[in-house]
Design a protein around this ligand. Sequence first.
Ligand code: HEM
Ligand SMILES: *[C@@H]1O[C@H](CO)[C@@H](O)[C@H](O)[C@H]1NC(C)=O
Ligand SMILES: *[C@@H]1O[C@H](CO)[C@@H](O)[C@H](O)[C@H]1NC(C)=O
Length: 360
Amino acid sequence: MAFKLLASLLALTAVSNAALVRKATCADGRTTANAACCVLFPILDDIQENLFDGGECGEEVHESLRLTFHDAIGFSPALTKQGKFGGGGADGSLITFDTIETPFHANGGIDDIVGVQKPFIAKHNITAGDFIQFAGAVGVSNCPGAPQLDFLLGRPEATQASPDLLVPEPFDTVDKILDRFADAGFTPAEVVALLASHSIAAADHVDETIPGTPFDSTPDVFDSQFFIEVQLRGTSFPGVGGNQGEVESPLKGEIRLQSDHDIARDSRTACEWQSFVDNQTKLQNAFKAAMAKLAVTGQDVSKLVDCSDVIPVPKPVTGQAHLPAGLSQNDVEQACAATPFPTLPTDAGPVTSVPPVPPS
Ligand code: HEM
Ligand SMILES: *[C@@H]1O[C@H](CO)[C@@H](O)[C@H](O)[C@H]1NC(C)=O
Ligand SMILES: *[C@@H]1O[C@H](CO)[C@@H](O)[C@H](O)[C@H]1NC(C)=O
């Protein structure tokens, strides 16, 4: 009796699911929620093979993720209120109007990935705005520990370049950074969540003498080491000192941005920062939600098609949250007033030195 009831319940669910979710089967046999998303599979295969070197979480992924941000943050309702053009947000203007936007100071080095992505856009039927966010979401899926990011399809071509001075600089004050993000629609907590991107990141141009210097000890894993290591006392510069926007880091071969250092220690953001130290699930969920917002900044979401199921599911995180070898809880600069920094195991072995991210 109970079995019969269960069986008919199951049958009912199957029927109503079929009615609600009409899965489209694409030419190559893969399925997606909407037939309009089928165009993405050939692009997915092409970029995994030829942009991300066979599905790596390497330099091209890092640069593609940075590009999603620099394109999207070119959006300012405050400028629009003054009667000026405030930028179109995640509209691809950074590529469509690259001769105007790549020379902006805050976009230093972005011309690299713009040059690499352009031929892919030319080859496929996709707008620059869609491609930038798609490549970012696919790229992040190659990093163990990352969430499966959303991807919505259908951004129209950009009509104008973004104005200069909308992309935050590492030497900006926390006030200035939070104001800029608030203008674009992001809360301080969302800013902290977005900075999880610096967990899979390196700098080429902060100290030009040491290109590829990572922000944490695991730049090919989307983990919380970035949040842990930025909270440790800085003791030296990985290269030459005196660079604008750089402060001392705790590890050889690791670079620290002044902005990351300050946001980790500001009373408005320090507790949110610390909350990511030993909570990978929260880190994933918060980053996914903030990236979903970033990716449609300035866009009319009602005109976009949800193609999130085309994005591959990332592998789980490898390793567990730890203090780098040679350092201890005493090296933590406690900044959250409400709760103590979590107690973490220290990595065994000799004092950690971080190798650079190899160029691809
Ligand atoms: C407070 C705001 C931010 C500032 C001041 C900032 C600044 C920087 C700087 C100076 C670099 C090094 C660039 C170089 O020298 O090559 C960098 C790298 C990077 N940023 Fe940010 N960033 C911010 C927020 C974000 C956000 C919101 C994202 C993405 C959602 C992001 C993603 C990245 C990535 C992935 C890299 C590494 C690029 C690579 O390895 O080639 N950043 N950022
Ligand atoms: C290119 O994509 C647009 C929008 O997705 C579509 O309307 C158009 O038919 C496509 N063109 C070709 C040649 O596939
Ligand atoms: C992780 O964060 C979530 C969401 O804020 C919270 O509900 C949960 O208690 C946290 N888990 C731990 C182990 O701190």
